[in-house]
Design a protein around this ligand. Structure first.
Ligand code: MN
Length: 128
């Protein structure tokens, strides 16, 4: 059974890079360019992990994560925040909004997939 990851990211290059890396390792990847579409795909596919860009046009990633945590169908899903800003306080802001973890762009292609596998493993351990 292949693990499913949903990436919600408006930057085409970054979204495609992440998708390529994950698909090469056998993950099924669902892609959304904006938050509402992402939430819809989350309800449809119940992915093992959601990668949530915090800076999205319209509803941003923090608001989308809060909305997800208020939706009884998908509130249990694992959300990892993606942000370009390594600003102090961002991690706390992301965690307060309901993200489980936090990753700073740009992505390190050598370690990225391993991190995703760790996040999924951890989330399963915590939820057994
Ligand atoms: Mn963005």
């Amino acid at each position: 059974m292949n693990e499913q990851i949903l990436i919600i990211e408006d930057n085409d290059l970054n979204r495609e890079l992440v998708t390529d890396l994950l698909e090469a390792r056998g993950f099924i990847v669902h892609q959304a360019r904006e938050a509402e579409e992402g939430l819809r795909l989350a309800r449809e596919h119940m992915p093992d992990l959601i990668l949530m860009d915090l800076s999205l046009p319209g509803m941003d990633g923090l608001a989308a994560t809060r909305a997800l945590r208020e939706d009884i169908c998908i509130r249990h899903l694992t959300v990892v925040a993606l942000t370009a800003h390594a600003m102090k306080g961002d991690e706390q802001t992301a965690l307060h909004a309901g993200c489980d973890a936090y990753l700073t762009k740009s992505i390190d292609t050598r370690t990225f997939v391993g991190k995703m596998e760790t996040f999924i493993g951890l989330s399963k351990t915590q939820k057994v």
